[in-house]
Design a protein around this ligand. Structure first.
Ligand code: CUA
Length: 288
């Protein structure tokens, strides 16, 4: 960018000089037609050829290689990302860890993302970290993710995939390595046991009122695979693929009427008593 601005400045300066001296003969610094031709050959041909060739090799060899899809064995962590209407499932290879929409990675570690889809074509794209890949039925596409700074990197589904395409946010959270290891170890664990009577009751509601038919709580009979794995739901920042924050009010609102927040999503409204409902939300909030 700096080089471009300098080049632009030189061109503007020469244009201005040409206009100011439009009625005069010869070059401003002396020399005749030969010097003028030499100037055209150097600035007009030799310099652009050298610069553009240099930039071509830089982008082709250095930049494209550093962002290319990972090859076998070139990365230390593999995350399977599976697109669903309208959320992202993330599975960590060689562990039991499964999560949704918030993909943690360790900082400064190259990660192989293997993208597939469960239904239609989606496109996984974290613009600050790399280019996009399409998630296509029957195919596996790869993209390299590497974050050099800890932080939160957001991306949206980049391929129209139905009614709630706009509410399909993927968040990559780059953690320092010890934080990531703790996070992954916790994600791989089965669900926590309820620690209060209301949570105990909520667990029963979850297993009996239909939640378990679509959602999984690892370590319980709930093993639905229509919606996200909820084993560690309370560790996520947001609900419904970035649609609302994951706090008491929004979680309760979401369970009470999912179609209000995200019309067309596959989660139905489940009728239940007020006490059952409160116990269920208590239980969901305890799933750290
Ligand atoms: Cu998934 Cu658009």
């Amino acid at each position: 960018m700096i080089g471009c601005w300098i080049g632009f400045g030189v061109v503007c300066f020469l244009l201005l000089l040409g206009w100011l001296r439009r009625n005069r003969e010869g070059l401003p610094f002396g020399g005749g037609e030969r010097a003028g031709n030499a100037l055209v050959v150097i600035l007009g041909i030799a310099l652009p050829v050298a610069l553009l060739s240099g930039l071509f090799f830089w982008s082709d060899i250095v930049v494209i290689r550093s962002t290319a899809a990972p090859t076998r064995g070139s990365t230390r962590l593999t995350v399977r990302v599976i697109g669903h209407q309208w959320w992202w499932e993330a599975r960590y290879k060689s562990t039991k860890a499964v999560t949704a929409n918030e993909i943690h990675i360790p900082v400064r570690v190259p990660v192989d993302v293997v993208g597939t889809t469960d239904d239609v074509i989606h496109s996984f794209w974290i613009p600050q970290l790399n280019r996009k890949i399409d998630l296509i039925p029957g195919r596996q596409n790869h993209v390299l993710l590497q974050a050099n700074e800890p932080g939160i990197y957001e991306g949206e589904c980049a391929e129209f995939c139905g009614l709630q395409h706009a509410h399909m946010i993927a968040t990559v959270i780059a953690d320092p390595k010890p934080v990531f290891r703790r996070w992954l170890a916790n994600m791989a664990k089965p669900v926590r046991a309820p620690s209060k009577p209301s949570e105990e009751r909520g667990r029963g509601v979850f297993l009996e009122q239909g939640c378990a038919e679509c959602h999984r709580l690892r370590g319980t009979p709930a093993d639905g695979d229509v919606g996200p794995d909820l084993t560690h739901l309370a560790t996520r920042r947001k609900l419904a693929a970035g649609t609302v924050v994951n706090d008491y009010v929004h979680l309760a609102g979401w369970v009470a009427d999912p179609q209000h927040f995200k019309p067309g999503n596959r989660m139905p409204q489940v009728p239940m008593s007020g006490d059952d409902f409160n116990a269920l939300v208590d239980y969901l909030q305890s799933l750290k």
